[in-house]
Design a protein around this ligand. Structure first.
Ligand SMILES: [Fe+2]
Ligand SMILES: [Fe+2]
Length: 278
């Protein structure tokens, strides 16, 4: 199976590059399943039902989120009715929406997507390791063709630990939230594809997607300053493509995808020959 996860979509530039590029990417890479992290899609803060519809129309199968999920409060009433929109699974019991979903492709193969949130330098929510462990107990690899974990977190140590914790039990653990792609994409010892952070889909001539001036001023003056505004220049689409073995659910290849903006472009050289469209 060929999977793509796109990092945090940052405001309008992020939404625009997803709309402009994802349909072509999906076709040219013969992707089976696409996950997009949408936590910053609404002007940098949260997501709306209308934006969810736009991302699905562009080719997203599932939208994951993170600490910004509730920034647009109206999403709390919407999320329970949309099984393709996930929030971190380790929020307290009773939180609206779901932290994982089991999705069936047209050919019958099943994909499990889990969205978890880290705790170091973030809100002290429930233990993500225990939550993932419980979920994998209910859905072992083999019972489903592929399992993707979006682990949304700040600390590279916590994210790398989650990668090794899940090694051999899921197809891929991909980090989100830092908005900066890391170069450590690889297949771990027991066959799980891993990348500490996939980066964002947004304008990198910025401070993690926000206009430089306001962000720098906060560090220089230590005054609270004005609300940060999304940087509106050309975006880079940052994603990661993982190919899995349908027999084992484990990863065969992992490679970044970068299109547009100021980052060096990268188009994956995939191992598997795509099956021609019927
Ligand atoms: Fe984010
Ligand atoms: Fe985040």
């Amino acid at each position: 199976m060929r999977l793509l996860l796109c990092g945090d979509v940052m405001g309008r530039p992020g939404r625009e590059i997803i709309a402009a590029e994802l349909p072509r990417v999906r076709r040219e890479l013969a992707l089976d399943f696409v996950v997009v992290n949408g936590e910053n899609a609404a002007h940098g803060f949260g997501i709306t039902d209308k934006i969810c519809a736009e991302l699905y129309a562009s080719g997203a199968d599932v939208i994951t989120t993170g600490n910004h999920v509730w920034d647009r409060r109206e999403i709390m009433a919407y999320i329970g009715g949309d099984p393709r929109l996930l929030r971190p699974l380790n929020f307290p019991a009773g939180t609206p929406g779901n932290g994982h979903g089991l999705y069936r492709l047209a050919d019958g193969r099943a994909v499990l997507v889990a969205n978890a949130m880290a705790r170091l330098f973030m809100d002290a929510i429930d233990d993500p390791f225990a939550a993932i462990d419980r979920l994998l107990g209910e859905h072992p690899l083999g019972a489903v063709a592929a399992i993707i974990v979006d682990f949304h977190g700040e600390a590279t140590s916590e994210k790398t630990s989650m990668g090794h914790f899940c090694d051999g039990r899921v197809s891929a653990v991909i980090g989100t939230h830092s908005h900066v792609p890391t170069a450590d994409y690889r297949i771990l010892e027991r066959g799980t594809a891993y990348m500490t952070d996939v980066g964002m889909c947004g304008d990198y001539d910025s401070v993690i997607g926000m206009r430089k001036e306001g962000s720098i001023a906060r560090f220089v003056t230590k005054l609270p300053g004005e609300r940060l505004e999304v940087a509106e220049g050309a975006a880079t689409l940052c994603g990661v493509v993982v190919e899995t073995d349908d027999a084992t659910g484990l990863a065969l290849t992992i490679e970044p995808l970068r299109i547009g903006g100021v980052l060096a472009p990268h188009w994956p050289r995939l191992a598997r020959v795509p099956t021609p469209a019927k």
